[in-house]
Design a protein around this ligand. Structure first.
Ligand code: ASP
Length: 332
């Protein structure tokens, strides 16, 4: 009897689960990974041109979005991405959940883990929060922003946007301007742009540029005039919520706007302008720049949907890209 039991048990087991993978940081990815994800995002973009936009691809999978920090773009695009792929989605925001009552992230992760989600997407003010979810659930984990550390899907959607708009990433010069010190977007994007062969210059006042950041492989300029040399000017938000109290990073927002704001006069015609949102119009970016045809900001939001569809799909399947494309086209 004892000999038979394991045999039966094995036969009843569903096909082996795929190895667990996570997207915590851009440093988790190789250039080939990024290229595969961008190709997948392009395929999904084509699928969204159809009248019926939903694909059955992730039917039966469950995606949980766990957001401990406010978000409009990231949370809505992850939710829609999962829905467009027919996954079941549960979105939990800290406000109004037991987090409000002081529940620890560990307990929340254990609670959510009890539903056996396939993917948990987490945004949290603390660096390392996604790793904790890795430890206490058996889901694939996607980092949707942890403190000032990483925001890898933002970097991927930015790469996608640039590639679509300019036809390449390698060889381009990107200036990232503003509050680099407090920006997870900057950290992810510096890595991502360099990985894909672009040149990166960080531009901003010395207190907002981390000392020694050149070691990542980028250049630094404390002169706002340096943005004119770039093909793409990537503007960062002044992250007031992450600034330490009593630290005078800049004298005032008005002075910041005057000295470091990206205005029409400071740009060359034809330069592309990007911003991860939310924007402080009139502080780091002038309204006329944000609304100009060379601003890719709305394109970035659109790219967020297909890029996040690609990330969810890739984590759960990771077949060679040719197979993935063929499978999707069959459904279309
Ligand atoms: N939305 C981006 C983030 O969550 C950028 C920002 O908030 O400034 O990091």
């Amino acid at each position: 009897m004892n000999e038979v039991r394991p045999l039966i048990r094995d036969e009843l087991l569903p096909p082996g689960r795929r190895p667990r993978r996570h997207l915590i940081s851009i440093s988790d990815l190789t250039r080939e990974d990024v290229e595969r994800l961008l190709a997948l995002a392009r395929t999904f973009a084509r699928s969204l041109e159809r009248e019926v936009k939903k694909l059955p691809t992730l039917r039966g999978y469950t995606v949980v979005n766990l957001f401990y920090e406010s978000s409009t773009r990231t949370s809505s695009s992850f939710e829609l991405a999962a829905k467009r792929l027919s996954a079941d989605v549960m979105s939990i925001k800290a406000a109004g959940s037991s987090v409000d009552k002081g529940e620890s992230l560990k307990d929340t992760a254990l609670t959510i883990g009890a539903y056996d989600p396939d993917v948990v997407v987490i945004r949290h003010p603390s660096i390392g929060a996604p790793e904790l979810v890795v430890r206490y659930t058996s889901a694939h984990v996607v980092n949707a922003g942890d403190g000032k550390h990483q925001h890898p899907t933002q970097a991927l959607l930015d790469l996608y946007t640039i590639d679509e708009e300019l036809g390449r990433i390698a060889g381009l010069h990107v200036a990232i301007v503003g509050d680099v010190l407090h920006s997870r977007v900057a950290r992810s994007n510096i890595q991502a742009f360099l990985l894909m062969g672009a040149k990166v210059t960080l531009v901003g006042p010395p207190p907002l540029i981390p000392r020694g950041i050149e070691a990542m492989g980028c250049e630094v300029s404390y002169d706002i005039g340096a943005i004119r040399d770039a093909d793409v000017v990537y503007v960062l938000r002044m992250q007031r919520e992450r600034m330490l109290e009593g630290e005078n990073y800049v004298p005032s927002l008005r002075e910041y706007a005057e000295r470091w704001g990206v205005t029409r006069e400071r740009l060359r015609p034809g330069q592309k302008v990007m911003h991860p949102g939310p924007m402080n119009r009139g502080v780091e970016i002038d309204a006329s720049v944000a609304d100009a045809p060379d601003a890719l900001i709305e394109r970035q939001v659109r790219s967020g949907l297909v890029t996040r569809m690609a990330v969810l799909y890739d984590l759960l399947t990771h077949e060679p890209v040719e197979t993935e494309v063929a499978a999707i086209q069959e459904v279309a």
